[in-house]
Write a new protein. Structure first.
Length: 156
């Protein structure tokens, strides 16, 4: 067997082997979901909840390594940074900071992230949705433009 064939065999065995790495796809309980008008809730569910809630819809490719490993890590990080399913458990200050982060990230087009919108085109916000969503967060949580501009978007 030549070196190229051995390399291909090794890669194939490696890909097969990583399929057996266990991934926890359990969605924790929804304990204090964000209360919002229906249109806001629909936008958030469509565009944000897969990574930022305990209501993730796990797609077929979340069962195929190495994608499953990266996706699981991304969702875990997303829930740690902002979890709409536990929104009511945040302090008022935390809610305001998170609302400010949502406004900033959505306004500048950082959220939802490109890889997600590539797989889920309906998750992209059009200009009207972007405005409606950011205005609702500003009004509902008394977020000023100064707070949005001063927020460190790399923290969330």
């Amino acid at each position: 067997m030549n070196a190229k064939a051995k390399g291909l065999l090794l890669v194939t065995v490696g890909i097969i082997a990583i399929q057996f790495i266990p991934i926890d796809r359990t969605n924790p309980a929804v304990t204090a979901d964000l209360q919002a008008p229906d249109d806001i809730k629909t936008m958030l569910t469509t565009s944000c909840y897969d990574c930022h809630s305990n209501q993730t819809v796990w797609p077929w490719y979340s069962y195929v390594a190495p994608i499953s490993l990266q996706l699981n890590s991304h969702i875990k990080q997303g829930r740690e940074r902002l979890n709409f399913s536990t929104w009511g458990e945040y302090t008022v200050k935390e809610q305001k900071e998170l609302a400010s982060s949502v406004v900033r990230e959505v306004s500048v087009g950082n959220m939802p992230k490109f890889p997600y919108t590539l797989a889920h085109p309906a998750a992209r916000f059009n200009e009207e949705q972007q405005t409606r969503l950011t205005n609702w967060f500003k009004e509902a949580f008394a977020v000023s433009e100064k707070e949005v501009e001063g927020h460190d978007h790399n923290a969330h």
